[in-house]
Design a protein around this ligand. Structure first.
Ligand code: KG4
Ligand code: ZN
Length: 344
C-alpha cells in the first residue's frame, strides 16, 4: 500500500491532501480564494499566485497533522504541473519539488485534467477502464474515452468557451456574485426555465463538439432588455446548458460502441440538474452512471494525490527538472476542433 501527498494550485483553490492507494483519504486541506477575487468578479492570475504561495505550506502542514504523519511516512509527492494559471501551478510544483528533494521521495507531476478524470475511481472501486467521461470545469468541456492511466481519446471539446466559464460569466452578467456556478444553480431554483428564449448552440449539428459563447451573448441580450427576472434567466440558461450537453453526448453515443459507464467530473459536475440529466441518459443507454461526491468535483488535493497514486502504481515518477505547463492536453493526438481560442 502506498501513501501519496498531493498538492493542487492551478486555479483559485489551494489544496493539500494525503491519500492511500486503498482509496482511503487520510486528510484533505483546502483554502478557497473567493475573498481575494470577488471584487474583480473573476480569478486574477497574479493575485491567485500570491495567495497560493501564502497558503500552500500551512495547508501541507495541516494535511500532515490531520493524517498524524510526517513527510517520512509518505511514499511520493504529487502536484498539479499543468494545465492552469502558470503562476499558481509553479507554486505547487516547486513546493512539491522542494519537499521531494528534502525528504528524498519521488515527485509525480500530475496533469490537472487527469486528476479530474481519475477522481471517480477514488470513490468507486468498481469503476474499471475504459469509461466515457464528460469533463466539465471552469477551463474545459470535453468528452473523453478514458482507456487507462495516461491513455485518453478526446472525442469532443468546446469550440469556444468552457461550460464553467459560461456559468461564471452568466453569474457576473446577472449580478449573482462569484463563484458563478453555484450562484446560478441557486438562482435557477426560483426561476422558470421556459420564460426566457435562449439558443441551444450546435444542437443537432453534424459534429461532436460543444459551444457556449453564443449562449452567453444571448444571456447578455436577454438581461439588457430589462424584461426578465434574474431567476428566470438563470433557470433558462441552465436548461439550455443541460439540453446542449445532452444533445452533444447523444450525438457521440449514437456513433460509438459505448463503454459500460458514463462518468462526469470537474467543477460543473457539482450541478444537480446536469447530474440528473446524465443519470437518465446513462440509464436509457444501459450504462452505469458515476459521479464523484460534490467535494471531489471542484478542485481539491485528494484528486491530485489519487492521480499520483494511480501513476505511481503504473510506474510513473518525474524528475525534479519537470517544467510547469500552462497547456497540457490529455490527448495530444486529437485533431483540433474548428474555431479560434480552442481549449486544449
Ligand atoms: O474543476 P473546477 O473547480 O476548476 C477548474 O479546473 O476549472 O471548476 C470550477 C468551475 C467554475 O466555473 C464553477 O463556476 C463551476 O465549476 N461550478 C459549477 C457548480 N459548482 C462549480 N457550475 C455549475 N453548477 C455548480 N453547482
Ligand atoms: Zn479543475
Amino acid at each position: 500500500m502506498t501513501i501519496i501527498l498531493g498538492l493542487e494550485s492551478s486555479c483559485d483553490e489551494t489544496a493539500a491532501a494525503i491519500v492511500r492507494s486503498d482509496r482511503t483519504v487520510l486528510s484533505h486541506a483546502l483554502a478557497g480564494q473567493e475573498d481575494h477575487h470577488r471584487a474583480f468578479g473573476g480569478v486574477v492570475p497574479e493575485i491567485a499566485a500570491r495567495a497560493h504561495s501564502e497558503l500552500m505550506m500551512p495547508l501541507v502542514e495541516t494535511a500532515l497533522a490531520d493524517a498524524g504523519m510526517t513527510l517520512d511516512d509518505v511514499d511520493a509527492i504529487a502536484a498539479t504541473a499543468g494545465p492552469g494559471l502558470i503562476g499558481g501551478v509553479m507554486v505547487g510544483l516547486v513546493t512539491a519539488k522542494a519537499l521531494a528533494m528534502a525528504a528524498g521521495k519521488p515527485l509525480i507531476a500530475v496533469n490537472h485534467l487527469e486528476g479530474h478524470a481519475l477522481s471517480p475511481r477514488l470513490v468507486d472501486a468498481d469503476l474499471d477502464f475504459p469509461y466515457l467521461l464528460l469533463l466539465v470545469s471552469g477551463g474545459h468541456c470535453q468528452l473523453l474515452r478514458v482507456n487507462g492511466v495516461g491513455y485518453y481519446d478526446r472525442l469532443a471539446t468546446t469550440i469556444d468557451d468552457a461550460v464553467g466559464e459560461a456559468f461564471d460569466k452568466t453569474a457576473k452578467i446577472l449580478g449573482l456574485g462569484f463563484p458563478g456556478g453555484p450562484a446560478v444553480e441557486r438562482a435557477a431554483q426560483n426561476g422558470d426555465a421556459k420564460n426566457v428564449p435562449l439558443p441551444r448552440p450546435l444542437k443537432g449539428a453534424d459534429e461532436p463538439h460543444f459551444s457556449f459563447a453564443g449562449l452567453k451573448s444571448a444571456v447578455v441580450r436577454a438581461h439588457d432588455t430589462g424584461q426578465y427576472r434574474i431567476e428566470d434567466i438563470a433557470a433558462s440558461f441552465q436548461q439550455a446548458v443541460v439540453e446542449c450537453l445532452a444533445d452533444r453526448l447523444t450525438y457521440t453515443l449514437d456513433r460509438i460502441d459505448p463503454p459500460g459507464a458514463l462518468v462526469v467530473a470537474g467543477g460543473v459536475a457539482a450541478n444537480m440538474q446536469i447530474r440528473g440529466m446524465l443519470e437518465s441518459l446513462a440509464e436509457k443507454r444501459g450504462m452505469r452512471f458515476v459521479a464523484p461526491p460534490l467535494w471531489l468535483c471542484t478542485d481539491n488535493g485528494a484528486m491530485i494525490a489519487w492521480a499520483g497514486a494511480e501513476r505511481f502504481a503504473a510506474g510513473h515518477t518525474d524528475g525534479l527538472d519537470f517544467v510547469a505547463r500552462p497547456r497540457w492536453p490529455l490527448d495530444p493526438d486529437a485533431a483540433p476542433a474548428r474555431g479560434a481560442g480552442v481549449k486544449a
